[in-house]
Design a protein around this ligand. Sequence first.
Ligand code: ADP
Ligand code: MG
Length: 269
Amino acid sequence: MSDPTRPLGPKIIAVANQKGGVGKTTTTINLGAALAAEGCRVLIVDLDPQGNASTGLGIEPEDREYTTYELLLDDVGLDEVIQNTNFPGIDIIPATVDLSSADIELISNEKRSFLLHDALRQHAMDERAYDYILIDCPPSLNLLTVNAMVSAHSVLVPLQSEFFALEGLSQLMLTIREVRQSANPNLRIEGVVLTMYDARNNLSQQVESDARTNLGELVFETVIPRNVRVSEAPSYAMPVLEYDPASKGAQAYIALARELMNKNVRAAA
Ligand code: ADP
Ligand code: MG
């Protein structure tokens, strides 16, 4: 069910954490799929040169003629870069390794921090009427991640339930603060979601309790368990919800989607 209380176009969420391997791409794909299963129309923006979100959603490299690179650097329009996926309710702007040079190519561009912001606000977006746009960020606080934060309403932070999880978070928060001060004063933190959680592992519990103590309400109640079906799904180019809907991982992402939608309904009320 799309949210009737939020008439102002899509809610744009940057999925960011400068650490690699913490579950950004997994969360982007599977939260996207879960939101779509709840009836939302979702656009995934692959902003990582590794293109894992594109691969995980079944877009083969040879089918990525127009990508986020062309959207940001070549003025190719939204209509040309958005592709359907095989999954109802989910579209994608794919990425390829070309994007790895964008960070440097953008440096001399006056509008370098606003390119994604402006691209996502083209008129063509109005007709597409997405409920959510999820941006899969690279594992870095580079200009691509800044573009995501400048264009977004909020940042969703996956936190891997392991040692040193909270380290690096202050750097991320600092970047969010800088983006607020310079370009996007309304940028919010959507929440922090614990990923790869293992309830039998003391370390996971410790990370959870540290996160809840330090970050309070920012931490989603839903935690994403470590679940082998979640890690297998991308090799079948599917969200886990499609690959094994009954799995604990799929169910957790549904719970996360519902929690996020409820938060947004409450925020709009
Ligand atoms: P990032 O995008 O932050 O680099 P990924 O989403 O690619 O991280 O996840 C890193 C690795 O961890 C991948 O191999 C992925 O399949 C695996 N993974 C992520 N979440 C889970 C989970 N809940 N259970 C099991 N494996 C997971
Ligand atoms: Mg990734």
